[in-house]
Design a protein around this ligand. Sequence first.
Ligand code: 5GP
Length: 189
Amino acid sequence: MKKGTLFIISGPSGTGKGTICKRLLEADPDLRLSVSVTTRAPREGEVDGREYFFITREQYLELLESGGLLEHASVYGEKMYGTPREPVVNWLEQGLDVILEIDVQGAFQVRENYPECVLIFILPPSMEELRNRILGRGSETEETMAARLGEAQREIDLSERYDHRVVNGDLEQAVTEVQQIIRSERTKR
Ligand code: 5GP
């Protein structure tokens, strides 16, 4: 049976990649979204098992050491994120396409093991717009904001190594562009 394709979607937080992924899933029954584990605290409105599995540092280390993570990264210092291996491998085996919404460190780790995966980077229209979007979310202090913008610039610099880059200025247009990429990658395989 034909295996599914692994798509990785990255982009600085605030670029709207979460919204784009949500729209992709609603429109396509053959896509699955991997839910990551994280040691960071839930934001308002986030539900355990939906946006993330919120776990303790001890649980995270246990998963990591037992080989349960496909990739993992520490983002913004001490907070850890990782992709549970089992659901992703099972979906791909079943022929379903899978999206990982992860950062660039994680994306390059996955590409080592799955060189056929497709890397898509979502860019903000400008750094100014990115700052406004993060501010609008209201969950940042001056310090975490500076860290997020610094991290955003580093990620944008590395995005040259991605297969596709999509600017999210207009949401509908960005969703359509990513859908076209997914369609064309599927027909290639
Ligand atoms: P946030 O804390 O804003 O939800 O996510 C921060 C960053 O962590 C984002 O760039 C997001 O894509 C990334 N991220 C979320 N889950 C994972 C994961 O499982 N692995 C890696 N490497 N990065 C992740």
